[in-house]
Design a protein around this ligand. Structure first.
Ligand SMILES: Cc1cc2nc3c(=O)[nH]c(=O)nc-3n(C[C@H](O)[C@H](O)[C@H](O)COP(=O)(O)OP(=O)(O)OC[C@H]3O[C@@H](n4cnc5c(N)ncnc54)[C@H](O)[C@@H]3O)c2cc1C
Length: 268
């Protein structure tokens, strides 16, 4: 289906992008377009103005801060994450997860910012950001603010990025002895996740974020052994959705399984 008519702007600075987003009620940032253009074609979204972020080199940078944290520009593509030395040195799980998403075309265009801003509950990155304790930097007309992952994901397709605002970067703390894991059950090879889990383990303690079982990642903590992780998932009383791919009960069973696998990978 063809796109409905839409205005298009390609700002050359971050300040101009923020000004444009604030100037039009129906303005929406355009990143890789892998989600947005599809929902526009399906008439599930109808922005009046697309503010294309692809000319903003400063949103693409991937770097390591003096304290060893990882800073990912919102416009870094999934492919760029898989090839980044900084990612490989600080939190290689980010590259590992990026490499599992969809296909080469989607990874070449799709960005980490677009992935977490769309907050599709089946996406790979929201639970990973929640498990790693990432912090998002959001910029609007009134300046910058930072939002922790626990407060960033608000609901299906909803985040703390408000109208007129932009996600500019994602900060992920240095591992500091922690190790990370990710596990999923997907629809076919490299397909959409039915359930996924990201885990970080340090000194025998695991922080696990479950995806696909609720509108936002479900975070739980436990000792890093399989029985404790499974018990912790059971105690969380998750109420997963039921669909053509898995009943709620089966998704609950898979949630235990992928949580245990993610923790085992992080502990190996
Ligand atoms: C066939 C296919 C299969 C896929 N499978 C998976 C999968 O299995 N797992 C997975 O995780 N993802 C999957 N995706 C989604 C993919 O990862 C997308 O690239 C991603 O979700 C959106 O990134 P984007 O850069 O294309 O964003 P866009 O589509 O451009 O934008 C998505 C949304 O985020 C907003 N946005 C984008 N950037 C910003 C920003 N910096 N600040 C504020 N708002 C912003 C946009 O306005 C829009 O609402 C799939 C996509 C396709 C087409």
């Amino acid at each position: 289906m063809l796109l409905a008519p839409v205005e298009y702007a390609r700002p050359s600075s971050l300040a101009e992008a923020v000004r444009l987003l604030g100037a039009y009620d129906g303005a929406r940032p355009l990143a890789g377009g892998q989600t947005l253009t599809n929902v526009m074609k399906a008439r599930a979204a109808a922005p009046d103005v697309l503010v294309d972020l692809n000319g903003l080199a400063e949103l693409r940078a991937v770097s390591r801060t003096d304290d060893g944290a990882l800073e990912l520009g919102a416009m870094a593509t999934l492919t760029e994450l898989t090839r980044s030395n900084e990612v490989a040195e600080v939190r290689p799980i980010v590259a590992q997860v990026a490499s599992q998403i969809a296909d080469v075309q989607v990874r070449n265009r799709g960005t980490i910012g677009g992935n977490i801003c769309s907050n599709d509950p089946t996406n790979h990155f929201p639970p990973l950001m929640a498990a790693l304790g990432a912090t998002m930097t959001v910029r609007g007309a009134d300046g910058e603010r930072t939002v922790g992952a626990d407060d960033f994901f608000l609901g299906v397709y909803m985040t703390a990025v408000g109208p007129g605002e932009l996600l500019t970067k994602i900060s992920i703390p240095a591992a500091g002895g922690a190790r990370d894991g990710f596990a999923s059950v997907t629809i076919g090879s490299d397909g959409t996740c039915i359930v996924n889990a990201a885990a970080t383990v340090q000194e025998g303690q695991a922080r696990v974020a479950l995806g696909c079982v609720a509108a936002v990642p479900q975070v739980l903590t436990s000792a890093a052994d399989e029985a404790a992780v499974r018990q912790s998932v059971q105690a969380a009383n998750i109420d997963p959705p039921s669909d053509v791919h898995a009943s709620a009960e089966y998704r609950g069973h898979l949630a235990e399984l992928v949580a245990a696998r993610a923790v085992a990978e992080a502990s190996a």
